[in-house]
Design a protein around this ligand. Structure first.
Ligand code: ATP
Length: 273
């Protein structure tokens, strides 16, 4: 929420089991779990542990979930903040927030710092579209760069950031010693969607006619967030119909609604179509 400086969680319960599909991304990111759990294994050989990794992919595909799962797997605290929180910030507040975040993280290391929508603050300097609002964003970005450079690689802090626009990021962010690793998180294929459905169907009371394969086949283009939403909507629809279990009719309606919502959203983005 906007009232707190940033969110901090000392005990993360989410693990890789909660993240369905994304097998390649999980494999790549496992390395970070190892860095957090056994840093000496790497530093004893003279290696420098990376400071940051960038998760790149469309909205709702599980970037935040995956970053949290890394914290859960490694058993370390998770601090998060969104780049969009810095937009229209009062002078100096953004930079102060970044400093505060790193100060807290240093006290709690080993830990993870997660910055969602990093493009909001990390857009290439000097190419912003908001006259006036720009300087403040650049101040915030500069303080982020300063903080990233300011801690030692063996301090136990790993910064993960998410974006769907890596192309507009300031190249300074991507330099070695900053976000020098990129992990891409794509929308799930039919196999991935089936796996995600299985995760979100688990807590539900389901009728015998529910088949995750069939649900996956009917939801091309859905991201994990939309699948989670469909499962919850179906439960609410079934409850409204006073049913004892959720059947395919309820899912059908939930999927239709979600598809309707997606179409509306696409129209808003490209009104000429
Ligand atoms: P954004 O970029 O919009 O912040 P994101 O990529 O960070 O999106 P999340 O916030 O991680 O997406 O996903 C939202 C929710 O969707 C998750 O909390 C989870 O319930 C569900 N979800 C998304 N991807 C997956 C997945 N691969 N497996 C299981 N659940 C998923």
């Amino acid at each position: 929420s906007k009232a707190t400086l940033f969110e901090g969680e000392s005990k993360v319960r989410i693990t890789f089991n909660d993240v369905a599909g994304l097998d390649e991304a999980k494999e790549e990111i496992q390395e970070i779990v190892e860095f957090l759990k056994f840093p000496k294994k790497f530093t004893d050989l003279g290696g420098k542990i990376p400071k940051g990794a960038l998760l790149v992919g469309p909205p709702g595909t599980g970037k935040t979930l995956l970053a949290k799962a890394v914290a859960g797997e490694a058993g370390v605290p998770f601090f998060s903040l969104s780049g969009s929180d810095f937009v229209e910030m009062f002078v100096g507040v953004g930079a102060a927030r970044v400093r505060d975040l790193f100060k807290q993280a240093k006290e709690k290391a080993p830990c993870i710092i997660f910055i969602d929508e990093i493009d909001a603050v990390g857009r290439s300097r000097g190419r912003g579209s908001m006259p006036g609002g720009n300087d403040e964003r650049e101040n915030t970005l500069n303080s982020l760069l300063v903080e990233m450079d300011g801690f030692a690689t063996d301090s136990g802090i790993i910064i993960m950031a998410a974006t769907n626009r890596p192309d507009i990021l300031d190249p300074a962010l991507l330099r070695p010693g900053r976000f020098d690793r990129q992990i891409s998180i794509d929308k799930p294929d039919i196999i991935g969607r089936e796996a995600i459905f299985k995760v979100h169907l688990k807590p539900l009371k389901l009728g015998k006619d529910i088949d995750p394969k069939e649900l996956a086949a009917q939801t091309p283009g859905f991201a994990g967030a939309e699948i989670a939403n469909v499962c919850n909507e179906a439960a609410l629809i079934a409850a409204r119909r006073n049913k004892q279990e959720i059947d395919m009719n309820d899912f059908q309606e939930a999927m239709d609604r979600t598809i309707g919502g997606l179409e509306k959203k696409n129209k808003l983005i490209s009104p000429e179509e």
